[in-house]
Design a protein around this ligand. Sequence first.
Ligand code: BGC
Length: 247
Amino acid sequence: MTTAFGIDFGGTGIKGAPVDLAAGRFAAERVRIKTPEKSTPTKVADVFLELLDSFPNHDGPIGVTVPGVVRHGVVSSAANIDESWIGCDADKLFSDRLGRPVHAVNDADAAGLAEVRFGAAKGRNGLVIVTTLGTGIGSALVYDGVLLPNTELGHLEIDGHEAEARASNRAREEKELSWKEWGERLTTYYRTLEMLFSPDLFLVGGGVSKDWAEFGDLIDIETEIIPATLRNKAGVIGAALYASEQA
Ligand code: BGC
């Protein structure tokens, strides 16, 4: 079995598992460690090392997600993470700390790759836009299976507001929006994406996609829109896939 190791760095937990690359499944039970209070790159690197220590037999490529722009391993935005990530050469820092090559990828891009290869958008051609609704809004554009990274469509300004400040799951929780109210905001968001990109399919990920039955029908757009199926496994699987393709 060919495997790569995937690590998903999230706001509350850092999760990792070896991934069977042919099946797109965890090859062993995943381990989760709480995200450190002030999650600076060096503190997060320490957690990655601790995670990897739980899998002493794994020696394949390692991929990690970062919730920010990652260009050639270097992080250049930090909307929802500690500012010290900006300018950090994550590939170098993590590779030095873990003693083997590590490849960092934007969290939504990782989720997008995983969903298109093994999840809800498997076998779908044309333009698939994967959005993750969480603390922020992440986006991945995948055309005929090829990822166009770092699209950052959560930061689109619509009617004078940043999209993720209005329509993320955090906005829903903090503003105590009803599903209907949130559905209206999501409709505005997805209609804007529809107008700009004319995609063939939208896929909605993030933890809240488990509540799809509550809000899916409230998003009133022309394009087909479906919930993600890999849910909270998408980051780990996508990070592993990404790493295996960089080596
Ligand atoms: C960040 C993106 C990230 C998204 C989801 C946004 O605020 O800018 O890079 O993918 O949140 O975590």
